[in-house]
Design a binder for this molecule. Structure first.
Ligand SMILES: [Fe+2]
Length: 249
């Protein structure tokens, strides 16, 4: 009696459920789903962090867009551009391990709190160690606060000891920071930000990166064309098929 009820589909059957879960799927469909899931998780995750720390969703996206524009001008390969894009999106992921009372403190940080805050690039590296398929983004995450003249952190790397992606990101992150309203900074306009980046080319920033940044049409940084797509931009730039092709070729 029980069996026939199960067969008729009126009762719950574990076997039926697992049969359904095992419906065949092609490897590429699985890879595509996994890829989309990974990018969407990064997107949601970093969006949350942006809202917490900058009170705006746009910081990571803007800095990622600008990094990709510079990378493209510098002739990076599609594979390197993809690493740059993912690394740029994830750059501050280590901040999720910084205590909330420090991360979200509205007042200026004490010296001791600032030392803890400065651990975030390496904490980001530890997090990425747990995600083998994102390992290619680790160097940018760990090195995004390093500066050309060795004045950055955590290691004080200099010049080309810093990976190219992190040298590019330093410029786009700084441009976005200068032109966005955040606690403790006076907002600069586009020209003032360009001037400051140019003045620090060769000291804080890789001069070649600044040179290519200055080539970007201002319309892409400001105004209409700067209305960056808020989500799914990596997926738009690197559709799953293209990504699979990149990692398998
Ligand atoms: Fe950072």
């Amino acid at each position: 009696m029980k069996e026939s009820a199960s067969r008729s589909g009126n009762t719950f059957s574990f076997e039926r459920l697992s049969d359904r879960a095992l419906e065949p799927k092609t490897v590429s469909a699985v890879a595509r789903d996994f890829y989309k899931t990974t990018l969407s998780m990064i997107d949601e995750f970093m969006g949350m962090l942006d809202r917490w720390t900058y009170e705006t969703r746009t910081h990571s996206w803007r800095a990622t867009h600008i990094s990709l524009m510079i990378g493209e001008k510098m002739g990076m390969t599609p594979r390197d551009l993809f690493s740059l894009g993912v690394g740029a999106l994830l750059h501050d992921v280590g901040k999720i391990r910084i205590p909330r009372e420090i991360l979200l403190k509205p007042e200026r940080l004490s010296e001791e709190e600032w030392m803890i805050m400065k651990l975030h690039p390496e904490l980001g590296g530890f997090i990425l160690d747990r995600f083998p398929s994102l390992h290619f983004a680790k160097d940018l995450v760990v090195q995004h606060q390093e500066r050309w003249n060795g004045s950055g952190y955590p290691r004080g790397l200099r010049g080309k000891e810093i990976v190219q992606g992190a040298r590019i990101f330093a410029v786009s992150d700084s441009y976005d920071a200068m032109t966005s309203r955040r606690a403790y900074n006076t907002v600069k306009n586009h020209e003032e930000a360009l001037l400051e980046l140019s003045m620090n080319a060769g000291t804080l920033y890789d001069p070649e990166v600044v040179h290519h940044f200055l080539e970007i049409d201002a319309a892409y940084l400001l105004g209409e064309q700067a209305s960056f797509k808020e989500e799914g931009v990596l997926e738009a730039l690197f559709p799953a098929e293209r990504f699979i092709q990149l990692v398998t070729e």
